[in-house]
Design a protein around this ligand. Structure first.
Ligand code: COA
Length: 416
């Protein structure tokens, strides 16, 4: 069966994580993705944090599967001519260079439109156009700090904290993928391409909308009742860090289970779901709480939340995180074990669903990577290996009409 994005030609002029994550997703769904990389250098992640000498690092292979690689020095006249031909034939060009780099190379948005009015141009920067910081180079944690995630993550008595999840990088790539597919649909109606820009700051902020909600609530009422600071602590004029509190109307916390003294991940996330309170009480051996006026309503529970969590931790003391979840799930309690990366890597359910896949590459052998988190009823994305630097240079240039001699000359001149 043809994959949905088959026939869509994407020039992947991206590096590190944000751009590659976007184009990788589109490649999984069938797009023909050609990574254009500097000769002899390539995407910097090929050699960052290597675990096997002289092999492309996992950082690269896990973000560039299902793509092809062409080496091309787009700053040389010959390289520019090749790039221009590629652009004329492409549907989409994606880049995430430092601000101004595309313009310095001569590929302004105006020039791209001249070359191919149907081209969709996807661009990632740290900050959006016109922002006072628009000239900054940006990596993951910079974006998390600028997008509101860091100031609201961690504990109130500690510093702002970044998340391990790639809210700035891969998340921005996912936003751009949505934008590109939207532009593809728009083009079916108008015949024209367009520029699609996503800033990392905005993509982080989009995931922090509940914190902006809280800022507005704080300004209206002066407190946030679901935060641990309520009712006994103090609030300032900005959203505080709430530790592991639940972000919505359902209070929750990370609680210790059997073995926490030795195992840093022997914890569960435990949620008090308002509509399930009576069954939750039953589950943790406190059925009397359901009728007790001190515990029966959310308002009554609020000042006692940490006493409740302490009691639940006593109940958890002789149960592993998995045993605890086995009990709690039967009572409809929203909960999960805190899973370590090792547990995730070897989880048979994640392997069965294709969320973790094993790829077998010629040079590296077998390695794990993250498969498509989006599941379709008509097809299952197949994750293949990542290309070696310039693996498809001959193939691509040959298809463009370059002879073997011409390619050899380009190679000798370090254009490819
Ligand atoms: N041929 C010739 N030159 C090339 C090339 C090619 N195939 N590919 C890249 N280059 C050049 C660029 O044109 C640029 O040259 P210039 O500085 O003379 O204009 C140079 O290589 C370096 O570009 P870039 O990789 O963007 O700069 P950097 O390594 O200093 O910065 C980032 C890296 C990620 C910080 C920066 O690209 C950035 O801020 N990007 C936007 C936000 C982003 O995506 N961040 C990363 C999230 S994972």
């Amino acid at each position: 069966m043809a994959l949905p994005l088959e026939g869509i030609k994407i020039i992947d002029f991206t590096g590190v994580q944000a751009g590659p994550a976007c184009t990788q997703l589109l490649a999984w769904f069938g797009a023909d993705v050609l990574k254009v990389e500097r000769p002899g250098v390539g995407d910097i992640t090929r050699r960052q944090l290597r675990d096997v000498p002289n092999l492309d690092a996992l950082y690269f292979t896990m973000l560039n599967s299902n793509k092809k690689s062409l080496t091309l020095d787009t700053k040389t006249p010959e390289g520019k001519a090749i790039m221009e031909q590629l652009i004329r034939e492409a549907d989409v060009l994606v880049e995430n260079f430092a601000p101004g780099a595309m313009d310095r190379m001569g590929f302004t948005w105006e020039r791209l439109q001249e070359l191919n009015p149907r081209l969709i141009f996807g661009s990632i920067k740290g900050f959006s156009e016109g922002h006072p910081y628009a000239d900054l180079k940006v990596y993951e944690n910079v974006a998390q700090c600028a997008g509101g995630a860091a100031s609201t993550t961690g504990f109130w008595d500690g510093p702002p904290t970044v998340s391990a999840a790639a809210l700035g990088d891969s998340n921005t790539g996912m936003h751009l993928a949505i934008g590109i597919l939207t532009a593809v649909i728009a083009r079916q109606k108008t015949g024209r391409g367009q520029k699609v820009s996503v800033s990392m700051q905005d993509a982080v902020l989009n995931l922090c909308r509940v914190k902006l909600r809280d800022q507005e609530r704080l300004e209206h009422v002066g407190y946030l009742e679901e935060y641990p600071q309520y009712p006994n602590g103090t609030f300032t004029d900005t959203v505080p860090r709430g530790g592991n509190a639940g972000g919505g109307g359902q209070p929750g916390w990370i609680l210790k289970c059997k073995g926490w003294q030795e195992d840093p991940n022997a914890y569960i996330y435990f949620t008090i779901q308002e509509q399930n309170w009576a069954r939750t009480c039953e589950a943790v051996g406190k059925p009397q709480w359901a009728q007790d006026p001190d515990y029966a309503t959310p308002r009554a529970r609020q000042p006692r939340l940490f006493d409740i969590f302490a009691e639940v931790e006593k109940w958890l003391a002789d149960k592993t995180k998995f045993e605890a979840v086995e009990v709690l799930r039967k009572f409809g309690v929203p909960c999960a074990p805190v899973l370590s990366m090792k547990e995730i890597a070897y989880d048979p359910a994640l392997r069965a669903s294709g969320s973790i896949v094993e790829v077998d590459e010629e040079l590296r052998g077998k390695y794990l990577t993250v498969g498509s988190p989006i599941k379709f009823s008509d097809f299952k994305p197949v994750i293949t290996g990542a290309p070696l630097l310039g693996e498809h240079t001959e193939e691509v240039l040959g298809r463009m009409g370059y002879s073997a001699e011409q390619i050899a000359k380009l190679r000798a001149n370090k254009v490819v």
